[in-house]
Design a protein around this ligand. Structure first.
Ligand SMILES: Cc1cc2nc3c(=O)[nH]c(=O)nc-3n(C[C@H](O)[C@H](O)[C@H](O)COP(=O)(O)O)c2cc1C
Length: 221
């Protein structure tokens, strides 16, 4: 197998956002993971943009390092975006192992891991810009995966759900727009992956959105 030693080996391209899972340790050294987009502007450093309300941001601020996990598995996106979708509302400890070069956990099931050290943090209102130096790239020995449209549709729906949660009490039009997209993707998953783990997660995701909306309506009355 060819050695993976650079961001371009992993498919990164300048100025494009790639979806990943960022794993970090808390102040008590408890592992945390959350989906976040990352990009590179020079094919060497990585830039993460966490909301300052996120646990990931707090951990990065404290530890000054993280692991950028590469995966296309929608189950990992779902269970790390919504911690309450897990037993005991926590990402299972068994999913993690300590990284080699930084004080951060990595995901055992990731296709590849990039260990990074934080060099600079810029704060802009509610979102930070975290500049990272790549210290170590660890590819996993994985087989190629056949492409199913449900994986894309599900990951898009999980992103939209996290945004619906943010916009809920602020922008009704945006919430409806995003909900419409999630329903479109639900129909697509129903077509290409009916009665699968993907369609189950999609149903759960839709129910989650409906529950948030119902709660918001009650709070507004
Ligand atoms: C594919 C995907 C990409 C996301 N990208 C970001 C991001 O760039 N920054 C961010 O703050 N949240 C992003 N989110 C939302 C966070 O993952 C979500 O709010 C999560 O619950 C934060 O977890 P934490 O509080 O443990 O850090 C993304 C979600 C998904 C599904």
């Amino acid at each position: 197998m060819r050695k993976v030693s650079s961001l371009s080996d992993l498919g990164f391209m300048r100025n494009c956002i790639f979806e990943t899972i960022i794993s970090t340790y808390s102040i008590k050294n408890l592992p945390n993971a959350a989906p976040m987009g990352v990009m590179t502007d020079d094919m060497h450093r990585l830039i993460i943009k966490p909301y300052t309300t996120s646990q990931t941001y707090r951990n990065i601020l404290l530890q000054k390092c993280a692991v950028v996990n590469i995966t296309s598995d929608p189950v990992i996106y779902y269970k790390t975006a919504f911690k309450d979708a897990n037993y005991s509302s926590k990402v299972p400890l068994g999913w993690f192992e300590k990284a080699n070069r930084v004080n951060a956990p990595k995901l055992k099931n990731a296709d590849a891991c990039i260990e990074v050290e934080v060099t600079e943090i810029e704060n802009k209102r509610d979102r930070a810009k975290v500049f990272c130096e790549v210290l170590n790239i660890v590819p996993a020995k994985i087989f190629p995966k056949a492409y199913c449209r449900a994986t894309f549709a599900l990951i898009e729906s999980i992103i939209h759900a996290t945004r619906i949660k943010v916009f809920l009490s602020k922008d009704e039009k945006k919430v409806e727009e995003l909900t419409k997209l999630v329903k479109y993707y639900d129909a697509l998953v129903g077509k290409v992956a009916p009665r699968s783990v993907y369609s189950d997660i999609m149903k759960e995701n839709l129910k989650r959105i409906e529950n948030w909306k119902a709660k918001d309506k009650i709070e507004k009355t």
